[in-house]
Design a protein around this ligand. Structure first.
Ligand code: AHR
Length: 503
């Protein structure tokens, strides 16, 4: 019998809200149409931002938003995206469909979007094709309050007050689309570029994020850490606050041929197996970081993760527009549980991408909008944001499948905030319900104050613009109280479940 033991007296660190972050790139219909429609649009908007989408995002408490890329970031020249919109320089978005980018969404619009959502800002700078001066001036433009060439330019463009840049990425995927660099070369460039990412206001520190590895490129993490820490480990703290990791769930590798909605049992388990691989990746990158940074001052930022399937039939292959099923909800549930469990090192994670691209939480079509199954997982899991991770462990859990299809039948994480314990568990079995005994170590009388679920029926289920609530968050009825500190859960096949308890 599967059993979950929770030691509610043992905290294992804080789950920073940023683990529930998002990524928005100038890619397909993410920024344009998905988030920004312009003030003249018939779609209800506030200063050009879609009202329906912003309202939905507020409900899941988006903590941080990364922008403008992705691969786009290392081709983006920020000065093209400021000033009078009709005069903004156009460019070709070479990575994503070769479409013309009119730069009508730029720095001011991004800051406005984050302020409407109520989230922190994560700006990704251009190291691949931009200069040190360009990066330095962008930071001055955004964050310097006093009198200077760049702050005067910002004021002339309508923003008297400087903004807070919470996170600044010094390049993106510089091992690939961001310049095809070796780790040693990138790390030296990082040391140089970050020097000029100035901290103008001690009350508004910028957390600097170095470009980290692609998937299991442990050599990248090793060499970047080694080069950055060489000769000045003390000096470096404060100069490199985070290093990233990018990992996508691609059940059949690159050139995705796999449909987002049509899959058999083998592909279902292959997908979940790939999602679960995140645990090994985070553990092994963490072990390398531990060698250089044993006090865990530097965070791991998994700032691109999610499923990557074939685009929806009839859509531009360069736009990466895909549907989202209960299988995606499970990928989200598995991944977020892993990040929670590694909260001593994982200090940010951004799902790719927020709207209309890859594993989105929201899809749009003209003036219509829907929340995906992944959205509902983020809504349930929002209770983990800022909570203390509790010591918890599973026993008696079988492994389903083998090789590339192997997954544990259940994954979990547990946290506590304001005396409320939040348990999130996933039953990964495609066909069988599972029984899970839950035991808390304190002899108290716990009351179930909330129990909800996403999935639990057809794993292929998804939402359409005609049926936007086919898969949604529903009440979970499979929770039986055995005694004050013992519960028995009956988890339906392919379900993501949340239970909240109060003594
Ligand atoms: O999210 C899509 C792309 O995936 C990003 O632009 C890039 O960073 C990654 O390879």
């Amino acid at each position: 019998m599967a059993k979950l033991v929770i030691n509610e007296t043992k905290s294992k660190g804080t789950i920073v809200p940023e683990i529930y972050g998002h990524f928005s790139e100038h890619l397909g219909r993410c920024i344009y149409e998905g988030l920004y429609v312009g003030e003249d649009s018939d779609i209800p908007n506030v200063k050009g931002m879609r009202k329906d989408v912003v309202d939905a995002l507020k409900e899941i408490k988006v903590p941080v938003l990364r922008w403008p890329g992705g691969c786009f970031a290392d081709e983006y020249h920020w000065k093209d995206g400021i000033g009078e919109k009709s005069k903004r320089k156009k460019m070709v978005n070479t990575h994503w469909g070769g479409v013309t980018e009119d730069n009508s969404f730029g720095t001011h619009e991004f800051m406005e979007l984050c302020s409407q959502i109520g989230c922190k800002t994560y700006v990704n700078g251009n190291l691949g094709s931009g200069t040190v001066q360009e990066m330095s001036e962008w930071v001055e433009y955004m964050t310097f309050e006093g009198e200077s060439p760049m702050s005067n330019l910002r004021k002339a463009n309508g923003s008297e007050k400087s903004w807070k840049v919470d996170y600044f990425g010094v390049g993106n995927e510089n091992w690939g689309c961001g310049g095809n660099m070796t780790p040693e070369y990138y790390a030296n460039e990082y040391r140089r570029y970050q020097t000029y990412v100035r901290q103008y206001d001690p009350d508004k520190p910028i957390t600097k994020v170095a470009c980290g590895a692609n998937v299991d490129d442990y050599n990248w993490t090793e060499k970047v850490m080694e080069t950055c820490f060489r000769s000045s480990p003390e000096h470096l703290h404060g100069h490199m606050d985070m290093i990233s990791l990018h990992y996508y769930t691609l059940p059949e590798g690159w050139e995705p041929k796999v449909s987002a909605t049509e899959f058999d049992e083998e592909l279902y388990y292959k997908t979940l197996n790939q999602a679960y691989h995140m645990d090994e990746l985070v553990s092994r990158h963490t072990a390398i970081m531990d060698k250089y940074d044993p006090d865990k001052k530097i965070g791991l930022s998994v700032d691109e993760w999610g499923t990557w399937f074939r685009v929806e039939p009839g859509t531009n292959p360069g736009f990466l527009y895909q549907q989202n099923t209960v299988r995606d909800a499970l990928v989200a549930g598995i991944s977020l549980n892993i990040f929670n469990k590694h909260c001593d090192r994982v200090k940010m994670a951004c799902i790719a991408q927020m709207v209309n691209v890859l594993q989105s939480v929201v899809l749009t079509d003209g003036d219509k909008m829907l929340r995906t199954p992944t959205y509902h997982v983020f809504h349930m899991y929002r209770h983990h944001q800022g909570a203390e991770l509790l010591d918890s462990s599973l026993s008696g859990v079988s492994v389903i499948g083998e090789g590339k299809c192997e997954v544990p039948e259940i994954t979990e994480s547990v946290s506590c905030k304001d005396n409320v314990i939040t348990i999130t568990v996933n039953n990964l079995s495609m066909t069988e319900s599972k029984t899970l005994d839950v035991v808390l170590t304190e002899d108290k009388d716990y009351e179930v104050i909330e129990a909800s679920m996403v999935g639990g029926s057809d794993p292929h289920g998804y939402n359409t613009f005609d049926d936007p609530d086919n898969v949604t968050e529903v009440a979970f009825n499979g929770c039986k109280k055995i005694s004050g500190n013992k519960l028995c859960l009956t988890l339906p096949a392919a379900s993501v479940v949340e239970i909240r308890l109060k003594a």
